[in-house]
Design a protein around this ligand. Structure first.
Ligand SMILES: [Fe+2]
Length: 553
């Protein structure tokens, strides 16, 4: 509200354009009334008390006799397409009307009055004075004081106010567009930021289930839902580690099993295109179960729905999921689908690659009937040990693969040396000692094998620093290599060799324990000797049978 108008009804409020327009009119020496879309005046010039030294003029402006003329002018402005020309109410008193437009609709009108000293000489002026109960001379005096030498010109004022209205409306439109744009920008930033964080998790861990848990956590933190869950189908043809997995963050208002049951049911036999993303208690048993709307986004792989990302029981004052929240979850589900596809491709490639390496190491082991199956057994022992050490699934897998490939460098050792029955000469032994470095050289160009490289290079190091190839000691030896050293030695002592029979289990275990602190890590050796070796024994029997067949052939 400007200095020249005051509200007469609290239910109507002048728009920012109307307020600015009244300020400009006031600077031109004009008085303003504001009307709503129906032409009803809701704000008129200031009360007489508020106009210092012009109380009589204030009463005149707010008189009941003037109001019908003002409202009629406002209605004319609201009805027409173009702004009407100034209306001469009586000589020296002009009304200029402007209407604000939103699209094709006129939303309000402002009526500005240009009064000149000529008006005070008219009968209409005196009539209004009479109606307002003020002396015409007093009003004329106030007017003269108010104008302070200004002489408002209706035609000029109409032109200036018309331009002002256009400018102000355009500026308001620009501000609204800017607001919308910045809102979209903030939304898009938040979405990108969330997806960026999710991507970082996806790249930062090799354990798919752990990644899913972290993603759920991030979504639960970023979005106002009581719970967030991801359910993968039983046979989804993708990453085996994720099949039939259910990851839930925070507590739904039902049991985890009940929620899991509903999500599993939802996954059964629903085509990707038929998916309903916003579930309500009226049409979904899941929404009825949690007594709230649930946003359920499908996770797709190869055009098939393999899982669902769901969030429910929205917190905060508005219980309905907003379009922004749905967009977030939609983007996150798409992201999960892409992650899953990449992971499936990666797993496929890794399995193919490990299969090749396995065939390679098996062929090396098979050169010597005594080492047949050695790498596979070391792989099994290393992964069992990793499990006993409490390592995560991804690391356990790394230990297994490291065991599989630890002796791949033997491919560079002459067969005559590798399979020699008797004692090795110094030169032959030097050949053998090169196999960790040869193996490291073979694998180092393969990014997939990066986690295994330290194990391959250092599996013959000793805790006391007397091993090879780098004479590393203690904890300077990578832990994967310390585990491989235990598994490698255990297998060597437990299987027949050309120069001796397999040693009894008790002796093997006693030897490993005895060598803790010299050959082996003193903390790991006691853990290793307590492992369950039944699977190892089964494998050994199988491999010995294979070796016998090869030897007989
Ligand atoms: Fe070796």
């Amino acid at each position: 509200m400007t200095a020249s108008t005051t509200e007469i009804q609290a239910s109507a409020v002048a728009s920012s354009v109307q307020c600015a327009l009244a300020e400009r009119a006031s600077s031109l020496g004009l008085w303003c009334w504001h009307a709503d879309a129906t032409g009803r005046v809701f704000a008129e010039p200031e009360a007489p008390a508020a106009i210092r030294g012009a109380g009589a003029l204030g009463s005149w402006l707010r008189s009941a006799g003037l109001r019908p003329h003002i409202e009629s002018a406002a209605k004319a402005a609201l009805a027409g397409d173009a702004p009407p020309p100034p209306v001469e109410l009586f000589p020296g008193c002009w009304l200029i009307t402007l209407a604000e437009r939103k699209g094709s609709r006129r939303t309000n009108a402002t009526v500005a009055m240009a009064l000149t000293p000529l008006a005070a000489e008219q009968d209409d002026f005196t009539d209004i004075c009479r109606g307002a109960g003020v002396e015409p001379e007093a009003v004329a005096r106030d007017l003269s004081t108010w104008l302070a030498g200004r002489m408002p010109d209706a035609a000029q004022a109409a032109m200036v106010l018309g331009w002002s209205l256009n400018d102000l409306s355009r500026a308001e439109g620009d501000a609204a567009t800017l607001d919308q744009f910045s809102e979209k920008l903030v939304q898009s930033y938040e979405e990108t930021n969330l997806l960026f964080r999710l991507a970082r998790f996806m790249n930062g861990s090799n354990d798919p289930a752990q990644v899913m848990g972290m993603i759920c956590n991030q979504l639960a933190q970023a979005l106002p839902f009581q719970w967030v869950g991801i359910r993968f189908g039983k046979e989804h043809g993708g990453v085996p580690e994720l099949a039939d997995q259910f990851i839930l963050v925070n507590e739904p208002p039902c049991t985890k099993q009940e929620l899991d049951g509903e999500l599993t049911k939802m996954l059964g036999g629903i085509a990707h295109d038929d998916w309903t993303r916003l579930l309500t208690p009226a049409d979904s048993s899941l929404a009825r179960l949690v007594k709230s709307e649930v946003v359920a986004e499908p996770i797709a792989h190869g055009g098939k729905t393999i899982g669902v990302l769901a969030a429910g029981n929205k917190t905060g004052p508005d219980p309905d999921a907003s379009s922004v929240e749905m967009q977030f979850l939609d983007a996150a589900a798409d992201f999960l689908g892409v992650f899953h596809e990449n992971l499936a491709r990666f797993t496929e490639q890794r399995d193919l690659f490990v299969g090749t390496l396995r065939a390679l190491t098996a062929s090396i082991d098979a050169k010597d009937p005594y080492t047949c199956g050695h790498s596979e057994r070391v792989a099994m022992l290393a992964s069992t040990m990793a499990e006993a050490m409490g390592l995560e699934r991804a690391e356990i897998e790394q230990f297994r693969i490291a065991g599989m490939v630890h002796d791949v460098g033997k491919i560079g050792v002459p067969e005559a040396v590798l399979c020699k029955g008797g004692k090795l000469s110094d030169e032959e032994f030097a050949h053998i000692r090169r196999h960790p470095e040869i193996g490291h050289g073979i694998l180092k160009g393969i990014p997939l094998m990066a986690p295994q490289l330290p194990g391959v290079l250092h599996h013959h190091e000793r805790w006391d620093g007397r091993g090879y190839p780098h004479n590393l000691a203690g904890e300077a030896i990578p832990v994967i290599a310390r585990v491989l050293a235990l598994a490698d030695t255990f297998d060597a002592m437990s299987s027949n060799r050309s120069y001796r029979h397999a040693l009894p289990r008790e002796r093997v275990l006693a030897e490993l324990e005895r060598c803790g602190g010299t050959q082996f890590d003193p903390k790991l050796a006691p853990i290793f000797v307590k492992l369950d070796f039944s699977r190892f024994d089964q494998m050994l029997v199988g491999h010995q049978a294979q070796a016998a067949i090869v030897a007989a052939a």
